[in-house]
Design a protein around this ligand. Structure first.
Ligand code: HEM
Length: 202
C-alpha cells in the first residue's frame, strides 16, 4: 500500500454522499433546462416578446434549433424530459419524505428571523431558495402548456388575460431560473465548499 492511499480514501469519504436518484434528477433537470432555455430563446428570436420583430435578439451562440421550427421541435421534445423528471422527483421526495429535509419549514423561518447561529441561518436560506424555485418551474410548465394547447387548455390560457401576458410570464421564468442557479450554486459553495458541488456531479 502506498503512503498516499489512506489520505486519498479519507478525502473521498469527506465528500457527502448523494442518493443516485437525487443525482439523476439533478443531471436531467440541468441538461433539459439548458436545452429548454436555448430552444426557447430560438423561438423568442423569431418574434421577440418585447418590441416585436424589430426588438432585441439573442446572440446565435445561446440558441438551439437553427430556426423557428427547429427551436420548437427541440423545445417540445425536451419538455417531456423536463416535466416527467420533475414529476418523478416530486413522487420520490414525497414517498421518501425527503421534502422534510429539503424544503423550508417554520423552524427555518424562525431561524432566519431570530436565530443567532450563522450556519443554521445559511441552511435555512438554502432551503428557502430551493423551495421558491418549485412554483417557478411549475409556472413555466403551466404557461408553456397553455401556449402549446391553447384550444384544449383555454381555461388555463384565459387565466393570463392576453397572449402577450402569457408569453411574458413564460419568458420571465428564464431570468428567474438563471438567477436561482447562480444563488443556489453560491449558497452550496458557502455551505459545503467544492465538496458539496462535487457530491452532485461525481
Ligand atoms: C415543460 C413545459 C413547457 C412547455 C409545454 C413549453 C411550451 C412553450 C411554447 C408553446 C412556446 C411558444 C412556442 C411558439 O410560439 O411557437 C414556448 C416558448 C418559450 N419557452 Fe417554453 N415551454 C415549457 C417550459 C419552458 C422552460 C422550463 C423554459 C425555461 C425556463 C422555457 C422557455 C421558453 C422561452 C424563452 C420561450 C420563448 C418565449 C416566446 O417567445 O414566447 N419553456 N414554450
Amino acid at each position: 500500500m502506498s503512503a498516499s492511499e489512506p489520505s486519498k480514501s479519507l478525502k473521498r469519504s469527506s465528500i457527502p454522499g448523494q442518493a443516485v436518484l437525487a443525482k439523476t434528477f439533478h443531471w436531467v433537470n440541468l441538461i433539459s433546462l439548458v436545452m429548454m432555455i436555448a430552444s426557447g430563446l430560438q423561438i423568442y428570436n423569431a418574434n421577440p416578446v418585447f418590441g416585436g420583430r424589430a426588438g432585441w435578439h439573442f446572440p446565435k451562440v445561446l440558441l438551439l434549433g437553427g430556426w423557428l421550427a427547429g427551436g420548437r421541435h427541440w423545445h417540445f421534445a425536451m419538455m417531456w424530459f423536463f416535466a416527467i423528471n420533475l414529476l418523478v422527483y416530486g413522487l420520490y421526495i414525497a414517498l421518501t419524505r425527503r421534502w422534510q429535509r429539503r424544503f423550508v419549514s417554520s423552524s427555518d423561518i424562525q431561524a432566519l428571523q431570530v436565530g443567532r447561529n450563522p450556519k443554521r441561518k445559511m441552511y435555512a436560506r438554502h432551503r428557502l431558495v430551493y423551495t421558491a424555485i418549485i412554483p417557478v418551474l411549475l409556472l413555466a410548465i403551466a404557461t408553456g402548456l397553455a401556449m402549446y394547447k391553447p384550444a384544449h387548455l383555454y381555461w388555463l390560457s384565459g387565466l393570463f388575460g392576453s397572449w402577450q401576458t402569457l408569453r411574458i410570464v413564460h419568458f420571465m421564468t428564464v431570468p428567474i431560473v438563471v438567477l436561482f442557479t447562480v444563488v443556489h450554486s453560491l449558497l452550496a459553495l458557502k455551505v459545503g465548499r467544492f465538496r458539496l458541488i462535487k457530491s452532485m456531479f461525481s
